[in-house]
Ligand binder design. Structure first.
Ligand SMILES: Cc1ncc(COP(=O)(O)O)c(C=O)c1O
Length: 376
C-alpha cells in the first residue's frame, strides 16, 4: 500500500504517538482541570506539556496563548467569528480552504465585507486595503495545488499596516518551519492530525497577546466557576468543555518526534520527493500539473489531472487496482478550484509525509503512466 493522502490526515504516525495515546487512555485519563485528584492532574500535566511543546515549536512567547481545538476548522471559525464585527473588512487569499471561506462568506450577510486576493504579493494586497480592513487571512500552503504563500513577507506588511494577520497552517505545520514571532503572525490556526502527527480530534489556535477575540462557544472551563461570563483568562477562554486529552497529548508526542528528526530534515525529504514527482508528472504526455510551480514544488502537495480523464476515476483506479491512496475530485476549496479552473473536473491530489519514500514516488509515476494509457 502507498498512502499519499497525508493532506487529509497522516495515516502513519510515529510509534511514540500510538504509545502516548494508550498511556493517556489507561494511566492519565481523568478530566483535565476538573477535580484535583491524581488522574485529573496527570491529564492536566499532559496538556500543559503539549502547550509548552507547541509554543516552543512555533516560536510563541507565552504557552498560555496556545488553545487546543478539535481540528483546524474549529480554530479558524473561533478566530474569524471572534475577530470580525459589523463594518469590518477582511482580505482572504484565492487559495483558502472552505473552513475559512465559508465562515467569511456567511459573515458577509451580517455587514462584514470581504475581498478575495488573486495574488498574495504584498503589492497586490496593498491595493486591496480599505480604511476598515481589520484582518488578512492567508492559507500558507494550498491543500489543492500546493501554492505556498510568503507568510514572512505578508506578516511584515500586515504589521506595518496595523492589520491582524492570520495564517492557516494546516498543510504546512510540521514540515515547513513557522515562527510566529519572526513572521509577525497574530493568529495561527492549524490541524494537529496532519504533518504534526497528532491523532484526529486535534487542532491548534494561537492568539497573540493583546489581540481581542470574542468567544463563539461558552461553557465550563474548570476555572472561575461562579463567574457568569466566559473567563477572560487564556487559554480557558477558548477551551470550554472537556478537551480530548489523548488527542492533545498525541500532538505533543508528534512534535517531540519532529524535533528529534529535525524539521529541516523533514522539509528537505518532502521537498525532494515532491520535486521528483512534479518533474516526473510533467514528463508524462497529457498530464496537467496545477499551481505556480515556483512556489508549490516543495510544498508536499501536488494537484494534477490526466487530460480527458475523470479525476475521481483516476483516484479510484489507483486505490482499487494498485493500492495507492490519493484524493480525487473536489477538495473543500471552491476558491482554489475556481482559481485553477477545475470546478468541473476537480483534480487528483498527492500529498506527502515524512514516512513516504522516493521509491513510492517512482512506483506512483509508473502507475499513473499506465493508467493514462487505459483511460484516455
Ligand atoms: C488548508 C486547510 N485548512 C483547513 C483544513 C481543515 O482541517 P480540519 O479538517 O482539521 O478541520 C484543511 C483540511 O484539509 C486544510 O487543508
Amino acid at each position: 500500500m502507498i498512502y499519499f493522502d497525508n493532506g487529509a490526515t497522516t495515516l502513519k504516525k510515529p510509534s511514540s504517538v500510538y504509545k502516548k495515546i494508550m498511556y493517556v487512555m489507561k494511566k492519565a485519563g481523568g478530566n483535565p482541570g476538573r477535580g484535583g485528584h491524581l488522574m485529573a492532574d496527570k491529564a492536566s500535566d499532559e496538556i500543559f506539556k503539549t502547550r509548552v511543546a507547541v509554543s516552543e515549536f512555533f516560536g510563541i512567547p507565552n504557552p498560555q496563548c496556545v488553545c487546543f481545538t478539535n481540528n483546524a476548522t474549529t480554530a479558524l471559525n473561533y478566530a474569524i467569528k471572534g475577530c470580525l464585527n459589523e463594518g469590518d473588512h477582511v482580505i482572504i487569499s484565492h487559495y483558502e480552504h472552505n473552513s475559512v471561506y465559508r465562515p467569511v462568506h456567511k459573515l458577509s450577510s451580517k455587514g462584514i465585507s470581504y475581498t478575495v486576493a488573486e495574488s498574495v504579493d504584498v503589492e497586490a494586497l496593498d491595493s486591496l486595503i480599505r480604511e476598515n480592513t481589520k484582518m488578512i487571512i492567508v492559507n500558507h500552503v494550498s491543500n489543492v495545488c500546493g501554492n505556498t504563500a510568503d507568510i514572512k513577507k505578508i506578516g511584515a506588511f500586515a504589521k506595518e499596516k496595523g492589520i491582524i494577520f492570520m495564517v492557516d497552517a494546516s498543510q504546512s505545520a510540521g514540515h515547513i518551519r513557522i515562527d510566529v514571532t519572526d513572521y509577525n503572525i497574530d493568529i495561527l490556526a492549524t490541524a494537529g492530525h496532519k504533518s504534526l502527527f497528532g491523532m484526529q480530534g486535534s487542532g491548534i489556535l494561537y492568539i497573540k497577546e493583546g489581540i481581542e477575540l470574542d468567544t463563539t462557544i461558552e461553557g465550563g472551563t474548570g476555572s472561575m466557576s461562579l463567574y457568569r461570563l466566559q473567563p477572560d483568562i487564556m487559554p480557558d477562554r477558548f477551551e470550554a468543555g472537556t478537551p480530548s486529552t489523548p488527542a492533545i497529548a498525541s500532538l505533543g508526542a508528534g512534535i517531540e518526534f519532529i524535533n528529534s528528526v529535525g524539521i529541516e530534515n523533514i522539509s528537505n525529504h518532502i521537498a525532494n520527493m515532491n520535486e521528483f514527482l512534479v518533474n516526473g508528472l510533467e514528463l508524462i504526455d497529457g498530464i496537467v500539473v496545477y499551481g505556480d510551480k515556483t512556489s508549490s514544488v516543495k510544498s508536499g502537495v501536488t494537484g494534477f489531472n490526466i487530460e480527458g480523464a475523470d479525476s475521481e476515476i483516476v483516484a479510484s483506479l489507483l486505490n482499487e487496482e494498485y493500492k495507492i491512496m490519493v484524493r480525487g475530485g473536489l477538495h473543500c476549496s471552491c476558491l482554489a478550484h475556481e482559481a485553477m479552473q477545475t470546478t468541473e473536473t476537480g483534480c487528483v491530489r498527492v500529498s506527502l509525509s515524512w514516512f513516504n519514500t522516493l521509491k513510492e514516488c517512482e512506483k506512483f509515476l509508473d502507475t499513473v503512466d499506465r493508467i493514462r494509457l487505459r483511460v484516455v
